[in-house]
Design a protein around this ligand. Structure first.
Ligand code: MLT
Length: 243
């Protein structure tokens, strides 16, 4: 589905949901977990980040997030995946608020499993989805979009996931949004940096000085992790969950 989630919990029930905000929140989450971050806690606002931070040892915590693509004043990091290096994030819990991606995560309630997908962790997540499809579990791709608008890059990534389901698709019911995503992936998916430059949010990131982020976000499988959102935090599949 395209755009922010407004579905009641019953609509998610029993599904595996993949939240996509390729530019840049889902890429940043995969990068942080791949570099050893303990957990990422998505929250709605910068005020909430400050309030929640009081429950942590400051040395264990990173305050991160953006508004209008720029780091929130007083925070440790913004939302550029290049900032989330191993040196900075290893062993840390990250309180994270972004304009679209974290809200999309917070909107999903009652799903069987919620994963965070992007190009940088594409194959790892795609393998999980193929396993779910084998068990005939329904899948939903939630494209976060940008400022409540459709985002080309999220749709192309969703289309790539749909395509990766391969022959399983022949026996599945595929809705129009998934068909549209497949078509967009066919048109734009072969050259991701070029697609980002055609996309509204890609161009706005360039204008804001984040051109180098586009190459990082286009690096397919550079961070082969499966981020799972459960108990209000995102952790890497296969690691112990903390607080
Ligand atoms: C978001 O979550 O709204 C985006 O990741 C915005 C951004 O690129 O910083």
């Amino acid at each position: 589905m395209f755009g922010p989630a407004v579905l009641p919990p019953a609509e998610w029930h029993g599904r595996v949901v993949v939240v996509l905000d390729v530019l840049r929140a889902s890429t940043t989450i995969a990068t942080a977990l791949s570099h050893g971050a303990r957990a990422i806690i998505p929250v709605e606002s910068s005020d909430e980040v400050i309030t929640r931070s009081k429950g942590f040892e400051r040395s264990e915590l990173i305050l991160a997030g953006e508004r209008k693509s720029m780091r929130i004043p007083g925070f440790d990091l913004g939302n550029s995946p290049r900032e989330f290096t191993r040196e900075v994030v290893e062993g840390k819990t990250i309180l994270f608020t972004t304009s679209n991606g974290t809200n999309a995560l917070l909107a999903v309630q009652g799903a069987r499993e919620v994963l965070v997908g992007s190009f940088v962790n594409f194959s790892a997540v795609a393998a999980m989805l193929r396993a779910a499809a084998r068990e005939k579990i329904d899948l939903t791709f939630l494209c976060a979009g940008s400022d409540k608008q459709f985002s080309l890059e999220d749709a192309v990534c969703a289309g790539r996931f749909v395509r990766s389901l391969g022959r399983r698709l022949a026996h599945a019911t595929v809705n129009d949004a998934a068909r549209a995503a497949l078509t967009l992936e066919k048109k734009y998916g072969a050259d991701l940096p070029k697609m980002f430059l055609a996309a509204t949010h890609g161009r706005s990131l360039v204008e804001a000085g984040f051109e180098e982020d586009l190459a990082v976000c286009a690096a397919v499988d550079s961070h082969p992790v499966v981020p799972v959102y459960a108990d209000r935090q995102v952790t890497r599949l296969g690691t112990d969950r903390g607080r």
